[in-house]
Ligand binder design. Sequence first.
Ligand code: FES
Length: 124
Amino acid sequence: MSAAAELVPDEDFVRVCRLDELPEVGAAAADIGGTVVAIVRTKDGSVHAVDDTCSHANVSLSEGEVDGCTLECWLHGSRFDIRTGLPSGPPALAPINVYAVKIDGDDVYVATTPQNTTPTHLER
Ligand code: FES
């Protein structure tokens, strides 16, 4: 999936896809007005959105593996908590942005601005 997002007037959310276009457990990339995000569905059916670009190098996180609430980068194995954006496994030290998700019927909407409330850098 990488369809152009559909703007919703008077709201800060864009429609990115239908629920049934997402993998049962996994991630897919979507463009929300110039920012590519990874739309992630977990085993419990919850849907999250995070930056699609790994904070360690310029690769697509939506091509990684989903394990619980963790998205693992396919290149060097950094793991990110998709609820907070914080890295939970090296080598990445910087968090990724997290975006609010709304489900309306069969449609998935993602906020156009990130909602991170976490520290901007993980202390090690
Ligand atoms: S590029 Fe993602 S961990 Fe290195």
